[in-house]
Design a binder for this molecule. Structure first.
Ligand SMILES: [Zn+2]
Length: 51
């Protein structure tokens, strides 16, 4: 068994998604959301504000 000796490929996403804090404008629930259009986990409203 010959090892190739190439560089190790470590699979790291180039831009890791970080959760942001949001607050729901409907029920004032605070939650962490990922993506551009997070949805309130409490009332499923899309009317949320990043805090
Ligand atoms: Zn809500």
């Amino acid at each position: 068994m010959c090892s190739v000796g190439g560089p190790m490929d470590i699979d790291i996403p180039p831009d890791r998604v970080k959760p942001k804090d949001y607050r729901c404008n409907e029920c004032s629930e605070r939650f962490k959301g990922i993506g551009k259009n997070p949805i309130c986990p409490s009332c499923q409203s899309e009317d949320v504000t990043e805090i």
